[in-house]
Design a binder for this molecule. Structure first.
Ligand code: ASP
Length: 404
């Protein structure tokens, strides 16, 4: 019998889980453990995977010029696409004005959230770990990436009798981690079934109620995200990368569905790396440099969401933001999206920073809490989609032959 492709299995799991979560709310507790196991397995491999992949990637780049060129392209791509996304968010929220007349009775106390948010300055400072083992233990992505780049770079400078075994060793660890990833991917349909039925059981029954109050805001966020994903990024793929956007999105179906259901770019990272390398044909060198960085730094969906949400809150409180203030929203949203971790609800937490920069009421976050989980799914998929587009475009600019 022909094996059903994994993305169809995942899609079937998604549909079944929505039905199961909705109709069997009580029984859901018997399946949520599958979701927890799947997430734990993904989290288990992130730290060793990014460490080994970046070290072997940077070793593969070979020289300071190559590393410099690659970093410039990568950061150029991240900044440009995040900025475009934020501006799209701003435009859409100004057209739809979802906050005008919104029900302020919904607000909840959100002041304690501030504690979870770190400022952009802190984020920069924390890039340098005081203890790399602690950073690994806590899966502190930016610190691990920083140390791994440094390690890989200086490993190219040592005598070849040391360098060669080191390179082989890290390549070997990377290959093993990829094998483990491929093994875990096989359980994605079950994991996703567990995760989604849990979410549906929790939220579905007030969905109609939530939607009637928050519909326009949700629609504004989702439309803007769709426009960015299906118009802007494909145009970049086509004209900048000279690749077929349809083939690439098809190749990314498993990581995109996983990003959507887990709401975590970090947890999706192993699957994104596997798909970009195996399905789109990007070299390990580019994949292992662009994707781990992208999972924490490049968050187009989050930048867009921040813009729409901050303006939505301002509108709801009847506060008119001047053009200059709106430019500040775009810039802080950009920085906040860089600072946000690739975990569920990180974007909501950093909104408090933007609100306080602008002097807007922090309780405004309470307005958007009800639909946060759903919007997180959409924006995380966009975050991951943009990372993979960046990997493909950069690989092409490095003269690689791809499969898409
Ligand atoms: N959940 C998002 C991610 O992992 C971050 C966010 O909350 O916006 O990419």
């Amino acid at each position: 019998m022909k094996k059903i492709a994994l993305h169809w299995q995942i899609l079937a799991a998604l549909i079944l889980s929505v039905l199961f979560g909705y109709f069997f709310t009580e029984q859901v507790e018997y399946v949520t453990w599958m979701g927890d196991l799947f997430l734990r397995a993904l989290q288990m491999i992130i730290a060793p995977l990014i460490f080994a992949s970046i070290v072997s990637g940077v070793l593969g780049l070979g020289s300071a010029q190559n590393l410099g060129r690659m970093s410039a392209k990568t950061f150029g791509y991240y900044l440009a696409t995040s900025l475009i996304a934020a501006v799209i968010g701003l435009t859409v929220v100004n057209i739809f004005k979802p906050g005008v007349g919104a029900d302020l009775g919904l607000t909840a106390d959100a002041v304690e959230m501030e504690a979870g948010a770190s400022t952009f300055g802190d984020t920069l400072m924390n890039i340098i770990p005081t203890n790399i083992f602690q950073a690994l233990a806590e899966t502190d992505m930016l610190s691990i990436i920083f140390f791994a780049i440094l390690f890989g770079f200086f490993a190219t400078k040592i005598a070849s009798r040391y360098k060669e075994p080191l390179e082989k060793g890290f390549n070997g660890i990377f290959e093993v981690m990829m094998r483990i990833t491929m093994f875990i991917i096989r359980f994605a349909p079950l994991g996703i079934f567990g995760i989604v039925s849990g979410i549906v059981a929790e939220q579905a029954h007030d969905l109609v109620n939530i939607f009637s109050r928050m519909g326009v805001y949700m629609l504004a966020v989702i439309l803007a995200l769709l426009f960015h994903s299906f118009v802007i990024l494909p145009l970049l793929l086509k004209y900048l990368g000279r690749v077929n956007p349809r083939l690439h999105i098809k190749a990314m179906s498993v990581p995109l569905l996983t990003a959507f259901t887990t709401s975590s770019s970090s947890a999706t990272l192993p699957l994104a790396m596997e798909a970009v390398e195996q399905k789109s044909g990007v070299s390990k060198k580019v994949t292992s440099f662009v994707l781990p960085l992208g999972a924490t730094v490049n968050m187009n969906g989050t930048a867009l969401y921040e813009c729409v949400s901050v303006l939505f809150i301002a509108q709801a409180y009847g506060i008119d933001l001047s053009l200059i203030q709106q430019v500040i929203v775009v810039m802080t949203a950009l920085l906040a999206s860089i600072g946000a971790a690739g975990i569920p609800m990180a974007g909501l937490v950093v909104i408090t920073i933007i609100l306080s920069v602008l002097g807007l009421p922090l309780e405004g976050v309470g307005l958007i809490l009800a639909v946060e989980r759903i919007l997180d799914m959409f924006r995380t998929a966009v975050n991951v989609w943009s990372d993979t587009c960046g990997a493909v475009i950069i690989a092409k600019s490095e003269g690689e032959e791809l499969k898409v």
